[in-house]
Design a protein around this ligand. Sequence first.
Ligand SMILES: Cc1ncc(COP(=O)(O)O)c(C=O)c1O
Length: 398
Amino acid sequence: MTTDQSTATATTASTTASTTSSTTAPTAAPTTASRPIAERHLFGPGPCNPYPEATLALAAPLLGHLDPVFLAVMDETCDLLRYVWGTANRRTLPLSATGSAGMETAFVNTVRPGDVVVVAVNGLFGERMVDVAGRHGAEVVRVDHEWGSPVDAERVLDAHPSPAIIAAVHAETSTGVRSDIAALGAGKGDALLLVDAVTSIGGIELRADDWGIDVGYAGTQKCLGVAPGLAPFTISERAFARRVEKPSSWYLDLGLLGGYVGEAEGKGQRTYHHTAPTAMVASLHAGLRRIADEGLEHVWARHAEAGRLLQEGLQELGLTLFAQEGARLPELTTVNVPEGVDSAAVRRYLLERHDVEIGAGAGEFASTVWRIGLMGHNARRDRVALVLAALEDALAHA
Ligand SMILES: Cc1ncc(COP(=O)(O)O)c(C=O)c1O
């Protein structure tokens, strides 16, 4: 703030502020930076550019959260979520918060103090699960893996003879790695299988019921091609029957949330819990409708092709990939930053020159790895060509 500005603010404040108050409320409108509206190509680890249908839905006239038209949209959204999760679970709903709240919901509703929770850790989000489970009183048995490698199901299943919960990340966004959830489901025994599908849902094969997933959470901003803000969630009858009756979180209590989407008493029977974010739900509905119209398996194939072309193209540029071969996600590619190249400078150049956003690496790989996402609407051949051309140009200027 310049001296002139501070004088002006003080003078205005002194004429309007209450004499009984020692704090000074701002009386002039705060100044904000003006920003050019450029369309960014969001090729990082999420959010991605949404499906156009999802963006358009945000501009539709807003509905009240108890409007019958909105309730029908919510019902259809839950049906469409069952489709992308591959589940018949009655309790499948969009939580009104981001993916991390999905993680919190999963643990707060299932963990009792002292419960043994085996967590497969092969990246940042497995690490976060350890933290969250521990906060809810779990006795966490962590099974560590080298970052860049998939979860070793055998080691995880052998880690404890009778855990209450086995938890793993399907698509580890920090490393670009896919793990075999079906193998964990096949060997889980009496344990509940709790899965993070934030970066897998709508992008790669996910079959919650066939794979034995009991509790799953996801996010809207990745392969579902919708803005961030909701956490698609599903819980099996088996897991719901074992839930904590009165979890320490009111907002994330699944017992109360069942009524919110009408799944406790059947469709159409709603109890007020919180105000549904109607615009976001309408946007998710439109994104899911788009996926259903295209066909989920076709959408998976589109992601697979875009990822394969990107990974081939990067290697043709002379770059090497970080994630273990055979476990690479198509929707999120991790690339080693070449020796001597300033990783942050390249990302800045891409953003300023090409309006292309790519991600830095995570954790100890922050400056040695880039993360390139082709998710949802961005999982297309023309986007592959765009990001490769931009990166080639950036490397030539590095
Ligand atoms: C695998 C995974 N889990 C959880 C999260 C947390 O989701 P959010 O950032 O939407 O809270 C993310 C976010 O990137 C993620 O990639």
